[in-house]
Design a protein around this ligand. Structure first.
Ligand SMILES: [Zn+2]
Length: 150
């Protein structure tokens, strides 16, 4: 049965110093949950953390989102941005400086060509859209660039 939480009340929390889930006193609260807590064992004050680091947060009743501390270790999830950068790195890795053509709108590029753009940096042509447009993968994002302009 969850007790009603209040400042100066007690709550179980992971202690960052004792490295154990121990009894803590609530120092401050945020949105109905303990925020800062004081360890009754070592007297350290720190942010409330209901479970040991690495544990999945216990599902607390009411379907509220668990308070997430900005210092909590983040799971190593591959984001689309990371995937993007990985494919960019794969295309660029190990290529010689001489393999990059400097980009200008008058150039003519083919899929797989490496180019160097003044603003966007090194990129690889991933698709020729038509005679005047190519899709180029740069480190930050893919861009459509002009080609074959007189
Ligand atoms: Zn402690």
């Amino acid at each position: 049965m969850p007790k009603a939480l209040k400042v100066a009340g007690e709550v179980d929390s992971w202690c960052t110093k004792c490295r154990l889930v121990l009894n803590h006193r609530i120092v401050s609260m945020k949105v109905g949950k303990a925020y800062q807590v004081e360890c009754l064992t070592c007297r350290a004050t720190h942010l409330w953390r209901p479970t040991a680091p690495g544990d999945k947060p216990a599902a607390s009743g009411g379907g509220e989102r668990a308070t997430r501390s900005s210092t909590a270790p983040r799971s190593t999830r591959v984001t689309p941005a990371m995937r993007h950068e990985q494919s960019w790195e794969k295309a660029i890795a190990g290529r010689g400086v001489n393999e990059f053509k400097s980009y200008n709108t008058g150039g003519s590029f083919q899929e797989g060509d490496l180019l160097r753009h003044k603003k966007f940096g090194d990129g690889v042509v991933t698709r020729v859209i038509d005679l005047h447009k190519v899709e180029v993968l740069f480190r930050d994002e893919a861009k459509t660039l002009a080609q074959g302009m007189a």
